[in-house]
Design a protein around this ligand. Structure first.
Ligand code: HEM
Length: 180
């Protein structure tokens, strides 16, 4: 997992819970990196799992909710770090439709060793989109949060429903309908 994701995660933890909590979860997680992340570095996904578990133990918020909140946070972070990637889009559904074939393709050029999910489009209209998220990391609640913030970015909102196609969350179908 790329360092930018870790760095933004720790930034969110600092904003929400303070620097003391950042230090505490790094200490508790016994990380190979020691908790020092550079944006372009690559680190074991397991370190994120450890950080999430440590944060969950400390603040008593379910891990899934922490990941979802991080999705909201991360959309703005990625948009700020790479404005050129999202600036060509004029609608949230247009952006979601292009994650697989444009956005994450571009990300792969920026970060050649990025480990990205796949999104298979099942159906699309002007106001709705259905797609299947697939990734061994099972970060579908991160996708959920990112999708919602994507609508907010365009001053819109949407109803996002999802259904686990595999119990471990490695394949999840999303049905997204833009609110009128
Ligand atoms: C709403 C739109 C987007 C969705 C739903 C989405 C979804 C995701 C998800 C769920 C992951 C976690 C990895 C996994 O699940 O296997 C991920 C990783 C990532 N995405 Fe996206 N993404 C979106 C837009 C973007 C944009 C606009 C950028 C950059 C400008 C971006 C850059 C990245 C990067 C850098 C990673 C980390 C890869 C790694 O750690 O190796 N994504 N994305």
């Amino acid at each position: 997992m790329k360092g930018i994701v870790f760095a933004e995660f720790l930034e969110m933890v600092e904003d929400e819970f303070g620097l003391e909590t950042v230090d505490a979860i790094i200490e508790a997680s016994d990380l190979e990196s020691g908790g020092a992340y550079t944006a372009v570095g690559t680190y074991e996904f397991n370190e994120m799992v450890s950080l999430l578990k440590s944060l969950n133990a400390r603040v008593q918020i379910p891990i899934d909710d922490l990941i979802y909140a991080f999705g909201h946070y991360l959309f703005n972070s990625l948009g700020k770090a790479h404005p050129e990637v999202i600036k060509s889009y004029t609608s949230p559904i247009g952006l979601l439709y292009s994650i697989e074939d444009h956005i994450h393709v571009h990300v792969k050029k920026l970060y050649p060793d990025a480990e990205l999910p796949t999104f298979k489009i099942l159906e699309k209209t002007d106001t709705s989109i259905s797609m299947v998220y697939a990734s061994s990391r099972g970060l579908y609640r991160l996708a959920h949060g990112l999708m919602e913030k994507c609508f907010e970015h365009f001053n819109a909102s949407a109803t996002v429903n999802y259904e686990l196609l595999k119990e471990d969350g490695s394949e999840v179908k999303f049905d997204i309908v833009q609110d009128a």
